[in-house]
Design a protein around this ligand. Structure first.
Ligand code: FMN
Length: 202
């Protein structure tokens, strides 16, 4: 009997999390602000309205950051040796999601609000950039490359935010990276390297 209760509780937990997986609208790949205009508008913004972003804005932001832009599965940001060792997570008041770039969807990994572990600003969304040394390699050179790879993703976030009139801040001084890693159920080889707060500027 105990076993039945345990498995039905486990099933309902898994089911409730899976039920919240979210397909994203297709990102827009043409038009928009010009690159020169986006570069000219790029800046760090740390104060945001409490409004949530639209699903289209979320899709655009994550695709720009590290989405798939070619038929062979390569991405909007380069990675050394094409290791593609980066996974992006989205944190909101309602939980945490892993961005599945190929499927263009969000996979829910937590029902908790983890934003305060990612940064100190009041933002409707945080993006967490996770790097997996199992994929990049863990030699000093590989880790050096992995840190650079995160930088490209971060700049993509900055430019995408600027092009959509959103505000963002890269955050290296992450309040609780270890708690975040635990809550996101990361493996030992996965590290939280950078986060970004994102929102509509105040
Ligand atoms: C790797 C990196 C880490 C950063 N970490 C923080 C941070 O922890 N807290 C913060 O408020 N800003 C952080 N910033 C934002 C910088 O302070 C900001 O980019 C800088 O002041 C220049 O401003 P600008 O982006 O508007 O040009 C970080 C930026 C980078 C690139």
């Amino acid at each position: 009997m105990k076993k039945v209760i345990f498995f039905s509780a486990l099933f309902s937990m898994i089911f409730s999390v899976q039920a919240a997986d979210t397909a994203l609208p297709a990102p827009v790949k043409k038009g928009g602000m010009t690159l020169n205009e986006a570069l000219n508008a790029r800046k760090t913004i740390r104060q945001y309205k409490s409004d949530m972003l639209s699903m289209q804005q979320i899709s655009q932001l994550f695709w720009s950051a590290f989405g798939v832009n070619r038929a062979d599965g390569r991405r909007t940001a380069p990675t050394a040796r094409n290791c593609q060792e980066i996974t992006l997570y989205m944190l909101t008041a309602k939980g945490a999601w892993a961005y599945a770039a190929k499927e263009n969807k969000m996979i829910q990994v937590s029902n908790k609000d983890l934003r305060s572990f990612a940064g100190r600003f009041k933002a409707p969304i945080y993006i967490v950039i996770v790097s997996n040394s199992k994929l990049s390699g863990s030699s000093p050179r590989s880790l050096h490359y992995a840190a650079m790879d995160v930088g490209y993703v971060s700049q993509n976030i900055y430019l995408a935010a600027a092009s959509m009139n959103l505000g963002t801040c890269a955050i290296g001084s992450i309040p609780k990276p270890d708690v975040l890693a635990q809550e996101l159920k990361l493996t030992d080889s996965e590290k939280v390297l950078l986060t970004h707060s994102v929102g509509i500027p105040k």
